[in-house]
Design a protein around this ligand. Structure first.
Ligand code: FUL
Length: 682
């Protein structure tokens, strides 16, 4: 064969190959920018809330707490970064300024900053310490700058907006590179405002000139993602509990209630992927009283599946403690959580399975084998018009499996609307009951189900916005996680301990000591009509594994209170240990009055708002009287977006009659509701 014939043959072969290969599926709009894709691949990163609030035991400082109270004794940003890195988190976002207006860097824009704190004789710069620590450890760095500033005398005027932009300029110029810029949407209205102590309202859609802010960010950090404001790149997930909906679109459009953010919008016209922010403790800032309320391993693991596994990123907050370090309980829990996830998703059982598709686009580059080739950039695609197709993985031998991870090739848009999972066992196909509904996929979808020993596993895509483009499918066998029990006291004054895993035994103590395998076994609810501590753990004898220990601190029970006002059968709901059953205070009479059996020293109270999703009537501001003396008044900071139990403490006061008065409700709702109420006695 001469050279010419060889060349002709070559051209013929190439032509044959290329005519077999269909063009790539057309993108389904909207699609992400390359920066949004890169951000999504980070999956998990850390938040740090630290500032004046930390030293004043507050969630939302009013803007009047003296700068001199900021004094970490042992600040160690390398420790934060170490914890974040060991917990697999890819970056850290710092609250450079929270709503109280206190700046953690020596800004030229206000005196309310670290410049005027005793820490490092006013020469410290926390933003620099953390950004340097991140650089040393190879983690990314992000900035949270609260637009709302309760300290600034100028807040509400055009002058403040200049200050706000000048602060951004300082932060963007001196501490880069920055991967994410966080604008908090919260604005409670009232504040110190340079001594004015008044209410100030602004229109958040126009006041801050977010377009200008965006231009500044783009100019100095072109790849940074913007969270919040009016021109964001990523969206708040609509809750502060750390989860995205089972149906989770990265597409979005304006105009819906924020709770819709949890799900995104199938018909959205912008690519605006979700970020799930959650604190490892109930509050965002450190409070000693929450030391026993660090999220459990089981809860964090569940949140991972419901955030990253639901097509969203996970932003885990560490409330740094007063000494300037992440508390050991929080750091150990975060690292355990990471190891536990790594362990659950360790060995990809589909890597060596044979895969077939019911339909594939012409060309080997779209073959089903692209889904288990360990290459994110190659994908299986179906022919144009085919939105109902299945992938079938055949194992060499029956294989125990309980997790599936599916990824869509999002540079071409998000497509899948519904799918289901089937397994073949002993030659018979059967459907699988998954823990979540199987609807959207997006960047990542992790499906959990009971362990099944399968010969084959099938993912049947039922509907999509266009031809399917799936770049990755993996399967895993997650070992049992022994979940710590939940302890509560109900209205009958009995302690109920729930949870643990099926087959595990619960051991408990009622004297404050640590439970062991020698402790009492929980078989039924038991009476506990006093102040004290109950601790419990679950133990799985089959796996020889104990759960972490749960602790429940109990004060005197509600059954000892006599409710004088309101007169309603519903008052029992205040003490039934159930955050979903509520008492609504009568209109124009928003007081709860309680008589104790005898005069006692009272040093605080707990108020739990209705825990039902999107419930109304959360109390925003309150007054508390003991024997008609006002002993405490103020706001329940951040209750709108984080409606957790609110604990208020005050100097111990002796008294027998307590009046809890709701003075305003979130969103101006007329009637206040209370799910649980209890007193803290000395
Ligand atoms: C909220 C704030 O009000 C909280 O204090 C916290 O910073 C959280 C991350 O965002 O909107």
């Amino acid at each position: 064969m001469n050279f010419r014939t060889l060349l002709q043959l070559n051209v013929l072969c190439l032509a044959l190959i290329s005519c077999k290969e269909a063009p790539a599926p057309l993108p389904v709009l909207p699609i992400p920018t390359p920066e949004q894709v890169a951000w999504q691949k980070m999956e998990t990163y850390a938040f740090v809330h630290f500032g004046l609030n930390t030293f004043n035991d507050l969630e939302w400082g009013f803007g009047n707490t003296p700068a001199s109270t900021f004094n970490p004794t042992n600040l160690d940003c390398d420790q934060w970064v170490d914890v974040a890195k060991s917990a697999g988190l890819k970056g850290v976002i710092l609250t450079a300024k929270h709503h109280d207006g206190f700046c953690l860097w020596p800004t030229a824009t206000t005196e309310y900053s670290v410049k005027n704190a005793p820490w490092k004789d006013g020469k410290g710069d926390m933003v620099k310490e953390l950004s340097d620590a991140c650089k040393r450890a190879g983690l990314k760095f992000g900035i949270y700058l609260s637009p709302w500033d309760r300290n600034s005398a100028d807040y509400g005027t055009a002058e403040y907006v200049n200050v706000f932009h000048a602060q951004m300029k300082e932060l963007l110029t001196n501490y880069g590179p920055i991967f994410e810029y966080w604008f908090d949407g919260a604005n409670g209205g009232d504040g110190y405002y340079g001594g004015a102590n008044e209410m100030r309202s602004i229109d958040a859609n126009t006041y801050y000139d977010y377009e200008k802010a965006r231009d500044l960010i783009r100019e100095l950090h072109p790849t940074a993602m913007i969270f919040g404001g009016t021109v964001p790149d990523i969206r708040w997930i609509g809750n502060e509990s750390g989860w995205a909906g089972e149906t989770s679109w990265s597409t979005h459009k304006d105009g819906e209630h924020y709770s819709q953010n949890q799900y995104g919008m199938e018909d959205g016209n912008t690519w605006l992927p979700g970020e799930c922010d959650v604190s490892i403790r109930p509050g965002w800032f450190y409070h000693h009283r929450e030391d026993h309320q660090v999220r459990s391993l089981a809860n964090l693991t569940d949140l991972y599946y419901r955030s990253v596994g639901h097509n969203a990123n996970f932003l885990l907050n560490f409330p740094v403690a007063l000494n300037g370090k992440i508390h050991p309980t929080d750091s150990v829990r975060a690292v355990d959580w990471y190891h536990s996830i790594q362990n659950e998703l360790k060995t990809d059982l589909l890597a060596n399975a044979t895969v077939k598709a019911s339909n594939s686009r012409a060309g080997s580059i779209y073959a089903a084998t692209q889904t288990n080739d360990n290459n994110w950039d190659s994908y299986w695609a179906t022919a144009d018009g085919v939105t109902d197709a299945a992938l079938i993985y055949t194992f060499d031998a029956p294989t125990a499996i309980n997790r599936l991870m599916i990824q869509e090739y999002i540079p071409l848009g998000q497509r899948v609307k519904a799918f289901d999972v089937e397994v073949e066992v002993d030659g018979q196909w059967q459907s699988i009951q998954t823990m979540d509904t199987t609807s959207t996929v997006g960047y990542k979808r992790i499906v959990r189900f009971q362990t099944v020993e399968a010969d084959k596993i099938k993912i049947h895509f039922l509907d999509a916005k266009g031809p399917l483009c799936i770049n990755n499918v993996s399967g895993y066998l997650a070992p049992a996680l022994v979940v710590e029990p939940l302890i509560s006291r109900k209205g009958d004054d009995k302690i109920y301990i729930n949870g643990g895993d099926k087959g595990s035994t619960i051991y408990y103590t009622a004297d404050g000591s640590q439970p062991t395998l020698e402790s009492t076994v929980y078989t039924e609810p038991f009476l506990f009509k006093r102040k004290g501590v109950v601790k419990a753990m679950a133990y799985d004898a089959q796996f020889k594994k104990s759960s972490p220990i749960s602790t429940c601190l109990l004060d005197i029970p509600g059954s000892l209170y006599r409710v004088l006002k309101p007169q309603s059968d519903n008052v029992v709901k205040l003490f039934d240990g159930n955050g979903y059953t509520t008492l609504t205070l009568p209109h124009n009479q928003s007081e709860l009055v309680i008589a104790l059996p005898e005069s006692m020293l009272i040093s605080g109270f707990n108020y739990t708002p209705n825990q039902s999703r999107d419930a109304g009537g959360h109390i925003n501001t309150y007054q508390l009287f003991v024997d008609n003396r006002l002993v405490s008044s103020g706001e329940f900071s951040n209750i709108k977006h984080n409606p957790i139990q609110q604990t208020i403490r005050f100097a111990p006061t002796k008294g027998i009659e307590i009046k809890f008065k709701a003075t305003s409700q979130v969103n101006g709702v007329k009637q206040a509701s209370i799910a649980e109420f209890s007193l803290i006695t000395e």
